[in-house]
Design a protein around this ligand. Structure first.
Ligand SMILES: [Zn+2]
Length: 491
């Protein structure tokens, strides 16, 4: 007697691991994929998905969108697991507890945070498991200074305690702390290697941008991998490397050939977004990356920042406020090609760097859906995965659909599965896998979000299931759905 809850009937089932790409039925029982096959017996609920692709939900290794609206935009882009690994949070125990209590549409998980650990040890900031605490203190001079030996030991102790609590790795915002000594970075990597978890680095400045950097940001990552044996994940290569693809990708390739474990990720947008108080956005430093104050758009009001003085004023008034930073020109074919190269790099995964919503001139309405115009974000929050698949398979790239999907699901799962056993059941679509599934129309799949309209959900996504529950059904968000579960190391 079979007891299928849901049968997705007659779709084009793509499993990037086995290479299956064929018309099949997918039966779901509870929170697992019970069977993939042909002419399966009926389930309690039957859905005809003829003409649609059925595949594993997307796993985002780089999401800061831990508000409900941001998470919903990601779900509407096919994301079923969104992990905060780059900035990280601390203490992770509190972040997991609070997220579980609030409920999430998608699966969630956290790395611990080197930046927050530094804020605690060097600046006395009280940590509360919230990312906004990091942004609020991002401009504080205390935590950005070089640390003494005893201070480094206390930072490492905080990271270690979080790893014991199930943190998925160590997020290292090295690029926000140019004065941190390279020895400290190596000590963090050594700790990660000992604990068997990866680090996720927002690299320090490249030597091409900041000739006075204590060490080149790309060299620092590959050196740490070589010297400590840690798995070093190089976050958003697109936005920290910009046009230095030849040198940086070449360096990563050589390090890998020599046996170092260095993985990379990218998102297909020319602009970045972060707190306006970040070190590299100081007016006197913008030139390093070819930026002007007018390259920045202040999220809370949409203001294009006109002058260095205005930038100084805004940095002082609200350093944690977000800004869009236009680095590469998406309309320029040369710059577009850089973005494509980062995505096409062998084993590079798609990761969004999704941001929480900024509410422009109104009080936040956490539960509002559809999102009102006052909710602002970077379009990468809503569109990274659909856009990557479009670009990789149709608009520039020539990957097959299964190859592009692997970068969104299988490869990120594999990147974590050595220390996160639950990842062995994600990123694939086969009997026994978690029922994290996306169903989309391959002819219509596309991002819709733009810099002017950043919260427009992607097109072509028909259904999204997380742990066997619909989060998107017939292209509509299920507003009550909170099936997300914690993803932790070792458990
Ligand atoms: Zn970053």
């Amino acid at each position: 007697m079979v007891n299928f809850d849901i049968v997705l009937r007659g779709g084009r089932v793509i499993d990037p691991e086995s290479g299956m790409d064929a018309v099949r039925d997918v039966a779901i029982a509870g929170d697992r994929v019970a069977q993939v096959g042909t002419a399966l017996p009926p389930g309690r609920r039957e859905l005809d998905v003829t003409g649609h692709v059925v595949t594993a939900g997307f796993i985002d290794l780089h999401s800061h969108a831990f508000d409900l609206g941001g998470a919903r935009l990601q779900a509407m882009d096919g994301v079923t697991t969104a992990l905060e690994l780059e900035a990280g949070v601390a203490p992770v125990r509190i972040a997991y507890e609070r997220t579980a209590a609030a409920g999430r549409p998608v699966n969630y998980g956290f790395a611990t945070s080197w930046a927050l650990a530094r804020m605690e040890v060097l600046d006395g900031v009280r940590l509360d498991g919230e990312l906004r605490t990091l942004f609020a203190n991002v401009a504080g001079p205390g935590w950005q200074r070089a640390a003494t030996g005893p201070e480094v030991r206390r930072v490492l102790a905080r990271l270690e305690a979080d790893i014991a609590d199930g943190a998925l790795g160590i997020g290292v915002l090295a690029g926000y702390v140019p004065a941190a000594r390279p020895e400290e970075y190596l000590a963090v990597a050594a700790l990660a290697a000992n604990a068997g978890v990866p680090t996720f680095t927002h690299s320090r400045d490249l030597i091409e941008f900041a000739p006075d950097t204590l060490i080149d940001g790309a060299e620092e990552i590959v050196r740490a991998a070589g010297e400590t044996g840690a798995h070093m994940h190089y976050c958003h290569v697109n936005s920290t490397t910009l046009r230095q693809a030849d040198r940086v990708l070449g360096l990563v390739e050589r390090a890998r050939r020599a046996g170092a474990r260095v993985s990379t990720e990218a998102y297909p947008y020319g602009a970045g977004m972060t707190g306006i108080g970040a070190a590299f956005l100081a007016p006197e430093r913008l030139r390093e990356r070819g930026l002007e104050p007018t390259s920045l758009t202040y999220a809370p009001t949409g203001e294009r920042i006109a002058t260095a003085d205005r930038l100084r004023e805004l940095r002082a008034a609200d350093p944690g406020a977000l800004v869009i930073i236009r680095h590469l020109d998406e309309d320029d074919p040369v710059d577009r090609d850089f973005l494509l190269r980062y995505l096409l790099f062998p084993d590079a995964v798609v990761a969004s760097d999704a941001m929480p919503l900024t509410w422009m001139g109104t009080a936040p309405e956490p539960d509002a859906w559809p999102l009102p115009r006052e909710a602002f974000t970077h379009p990468r929050t809503a569109g990274t995965f659909s856009r990557s698949i479009r670009v990789l398979t149709r608009d520039g790239g020539s990957l097959s659909l299964p190859e592009a999907l692997a970068k969104c699901s299988l490869l990120p799962a594999r990147l974590l599965q050595d220390h996160v056993p639950s990842m062995r059941r994600k990123g694939r679509l086969a009997d026994g896998c978690d029922a994290d599934i996306v169903v989309f129309d391959p002819a219509r799949l596309s991002d819709q979000a733009s810099y002017d309209d950043p919260t427009r959900p992607s097109a072509g996504i028909r259904h999204v299931l997380v742990n066997g529950e619909f989060v998107v059904s017939d292209a509509r968000l299920v507003t009550s759905a909170r099936p997300g579960r914690p993803v932790r190391a070792w458990l």
